[in-house]
Design a protein around this ligand. Structure first.
Ligand SMILES: [Cu+2]
Length: 338
């Protein structure tokens, strides 16, 4: 997989690129003229995980739209653990930017001055890996007008900056609206999590007397992703089968072997691809086994079979699994077979 090898290179090069981003952000700020009477900087948030439950990720900028004066520095905070980007594309670009079609978008393309809407400016994906601090990205705007921006990881996560000659939203109104929207979206995610956790696992009896159980990989609502597996059935016995199914809007993996064996880099070849091979696979204690990236459910996208991966349970035992893409959000479970 050529694309994947490229993604991995991008990831490995990231700490260097991040340094460049921070440096360029500093330059952009220093060179920015400020509107008379306007505060120099406003801050908003790029996505948020539920403070009460990291499994729930809001896939929206908070707030989704703000008004600023020309020259004001806009800063986005990325608290994680679910990563996002702030990505502006040249005006007139037809398709939203996505790492699916262009993996290099994981990389930052820092602003070279006040933004005028004619170039790509991209925070890159933040945080990348474990969230150790709140990441930030800043830029300012050179011309009045409405600027649309995107997250390269989450289709539908779109924000707007309206740039005026002199008037702008106060920081307190931006913060207030961001909090209101966050509250509404978190309620939506919490309801979806409840539903995912409560649903009885689907099961099918097989001709040989064994049972195939279904585990849902996450769930999605309009503004959130639930980064959790549906509960693992308690009645799994040696000889049964567990089929992981992705009906959410995000890719996920089912990766067995526990923290010691499961790789941490989502774009590594042995995470993207099934290990040791295609579905079905037989679980082996203390061994790395991986579904590969199970694609999301999209309109006209892959059929159910392509969004499913089965593991056979040969013996009684405990088999831990996790989603490598959403380790930071605590997406994990365990098959406890008797
Ligand atoms: Cu996941």
């Amino acid at each position: 997989m050529k694309v994947v090898a490229h993604q991995l290179r991008v990831l490995l090069a990231f700490p260097l690129a991040l340094g460049a981003l921070v440096a360029a952000g500093g330059i952009a700020r220093a060179a920015t003229p400020r509107a008379i009477g306007a505060p120099g900087e406003v801050t908003l948030t790029a996505g948020v995980n539920d403070p009460k439950d990291p499994n729930i990720a809001v896939l929206e900028y908070l707030p989704g739209s703000i008004k600023v004066a020309k020259g004001t520095t806009v800063t986005w905070k990325f608290a994680g653990p679910e990563p996002h980007s702030v990505t502006f594309v040249p005006r007139g670009t037809k398709t939203p930017p996505s790492t699916e079609t262009d993996p290099s978008l994981m990389f930052p393309t820092p602003p070279t001055g006040a933004y005028d809407g004619t170039t790509l400016v991209n925070s890159g994906v933040l945080p990348l890996g474990a969230a150790t601090k709140v990441e930030k990205f800043s830029m300012s705007f050179a011309k009045t007008g409405t600027y649309t921006y995107y997250c390269v990881l989450h289709p539908g996560m779109v924000g707007k900056i309206q740039v005026t000659d002199d008037t702008q939203d106060s920081q307190s109104s931006i913060t207030k609206r961001g909090k209101q929207q966050q509250k509404k979206y978190l309620a939506e995610g919490e309801a979806a999590k409840k539903k995912l956790v409560k649903a009885a696992p689907k099961k099918t009896k097989n001709a040989d007397g064994s049972t195939t159980y279904t585990v849902e990989m996450g769930a999605s609502t309009k503004h959130t992703d639930v980064l959790a597996f549906s509960p693992t059935p308690r009645k799994v016995k040696a000889g049964d089968h567990v089929t992981f199914v992705n009906n959410s809007h995000a890719p996920h993996t089912a990766s067995f072997g526990g923290p010691a064996l499961v790789p941490a880099i989502p774009t590594a070849d042995n995470v993207v691809n099934p290990v040791p091979g295609a579905s079905p696979q037989t679980l082996v204690p203390d061994t790395y086994l991986n579904s590969g990236w199970v694609p999301p459910k999209t309109k006209g996208g892959p059929p159910l079979a392509a969004r499913s991966f089965t593991f056979d349970v040969p013996d009684a035992g405990k088999f831990e699994y996790a989603c490598v893409l959403h380790l930071g959000s605590g997406m994990a479970g365990e098959i406890d077979a008797t």
